[in-house]
Design a binder for this molecule. Structure first.
Ligand code: SF4
Ligand code: SF4
Length: 183
């Protein structure tokens, strides 16, 4: 039943190009920021019992009609953090020593995490394919985190991601329509 509701709420952006969607996204996210901040705060205070289930459905429906290869905005204007396991796995794949991989591609950020030295990501191919897709960082596989459990615990990240990821933006807007009268 929730699936049908969510499908019904899908607002298709098919008529405008991904380029135009991405151009408008920061402005649209800024316009909605106060409303979204309040909504997510209410969600955090009183998360519905079926939140994980609803988020899973919203995420699946949204990504059924989202072509990440047309977008790749997350690889262009933000980047993942690299865990030690990511560094070992990717450096092995590239046949580099982990230290060499770190020196060539990563830097330490203000939170002491390994992040990309430069953006767009050095592993983003010209056709928006990830050149290390099979071994990409865990953070890339999980982005935009809209299907994670206890979604209400990452509100600060969600508010940032809705200005980067058109799918995350749509998911949050659909959440508002679906849940607002229950919070
Ligand atoms: S996850 Fe979001 S930002 Fe990244 S490519 Fe897909 S739609 Fe674009
Ligand atoms: S590693 Fe791949 S998926 Fe991750 S940011 Fe780079 S190109 Fe994108």
């Amino acid at each position: 039943m929730v699936y049908l509701w969510i499908s019904w709420l899908v607002l298709r952006d098919d008529l405008i190009s991904m380029e135009e969607i991405l151009r408008q996204l920061p402005h649209r996210a800024k316009e909605k920021n106060t409303e979204s901040t309040k909504f997510l705060a209410r969600l955090k205070k009183k998360p519905p019992k079926n939140l994980d289930y609803v988020m899973q459905e919203l995420h699946e429906v949204e990504f059924e009609h989202t072509d990440c290869l047309q977008c790749a905005n997350c690889c262009k204007i933000t980047g993942p953090l690299f865990t030690d396991a990511d560094v070992l796995r990717i450096s092995k794949h590239l046949k580099l020593r982990p230290q060499k991989f770190i020196e060539e591609y990563l830097r330490i950020d203000e939170e002491n995490d390994h992040v990309l030295q430069q953006l767009p990501c050095a592993f983003l191919g010209a056709d928006n394919h990830c050149l290390i897709y099979e071994v990409r960082p865990k953070a890339c596989r999980k982005f935009p985190h809209t299907d994670r459990k206890k979604f209400h615990q990452i509100n600060h990240l969600t508010l940032k991601n809705v200005a980067i990821c058109p799918a995350a933006f749509n998911i949050v807007e659909k959440m508002k329509k679906l849940m607002d009268n229950k919070l």
